[in-house]
Design a protein around this ligand. Structure first.
Ligand SMILES: Nc1ncnc2c1ncn2[C@@H]1O[C@H](COP(=O)(O)OP(=O)(O)OP(=O)(O)O)[C@@H](O)[C@H]1O
Ligand SMILES: [Mg+2]
Length: 242
């Protein structure tokens, strides 16, 4: 059971969209996948049409509740809970709850973190094997990304970090400048910049409102293709597929 936190300190960088669509794309490749929505905003749960369903992540943390099967084969979810905003207890709830999932035999667990380093994000990162950081490709957004890496390294010095560029607009000079910065700073900050980029794509944004992954909503869209490539790239990197 490989545990991956999807985190960025900055808001609106495509964390929940990536959890949803990468999770669906990985599941399509016959990898048993669990999504855990750790954000009180619950965008991920909403995107799968399962906002409001119980047991929620808060119930899972406190009562060891079981995940819910989604309509997509191999894809399960523990939905978000507005009460996660109030989660302040310093106990080892996360370790116990994650360990309770072991008998269910998930290959991958993707945890969608809120855009802050509160208890949910810290505990998710401390208990993960890897961190995936979605970032916008703009010089201003990269400041947030390097701050996020500093915060992650403060919690877990040696955890592998992968960075994925989202809402990518290849024609812009701004994007090329940010690309150069991302390539340059990979070595200093010790992260891997993923080859796959997720383009700015209207079908990706629409699919959230339609409450389904872009892979189902618009199979042939550039967004769906990009998330399929991302799934293949990370599964190879994470040692889960050849
Ligand atoms: N590839 C894309 N193309 C177009 N729009 C996108 C794309 N990815 C995300 N979006 C849109 O960007 C907005 C932010 O995305 P999302 O909610 O995934 O970010 P987030 O990092 O989870 O935000 P938060 O920090 O609030 O949790 C949403 O409106 C979403 O529909
Ligand atoms: Mg989010």
């Amino acid at each position: 059971m490989l545990k991956v936190s999807i985190f960025n300190f900055k808001g609106g960088t495509g964390k929940s969209t990536t959890a949803l669509n990468l999770g669906a794309a990985i599941a399509q490749l016959n990898v048993k996948t669990l999504l855990i929505d750790l954000d009180g905003q619950r965008t991920l749960s909403f995107g799968l049409g399962l906002d409001g369903r119980e047991p929620t992540a808060l119930q899972w943390l406190t009562d060891k509740a079981e995940p819910i099967a989604t309509d997509i084969k191999n894809l399960w979810i523990i939905p978000g809970d507005i009460g996660l905003f109030r989660l302040t207890s310093e106990t080892d709830l996360f370790i116990k709850s994650l360990n309770s999932l072991i008998p269910l035999d998930f290959d991958v667990v993707l945890m969608d973190c809120p855009p802050s380093l509160g208890l949910a994000s810290v505990q998710a990162i401390l208990n993960s094997d890897r961190v995936l950081i979605p970032t916008l490709c703009e010089p201003a957004a990269l400041k947030g990304m390097s701050e996020a890496i500093g915060l992650i390294r403060g919690e877990n010095q040696s955890i592998p970090i992968e960075v994925v560029r989202t809402r990518y607009r290849s024609r812009l000079v701004l994007t090329r400048e940010a690309d150069d910065l991302l390539i340059e700073s990979g070595e200093d900050l010790n992260y891997r910049l993923l080859h796959t980029v997720i383009p700015e794509n209207i079908q990706v944004a629409e699919s959230i409102a339609q409450q389904s992954p872009v892979l189902t909503y618009a199979k042939t869209s550039l967004g769906a293709k990009a998330y399929k490539s991302l799934a293949k790239e990370v599964l190879k990197l994470w040692g889960l597929k050849k």
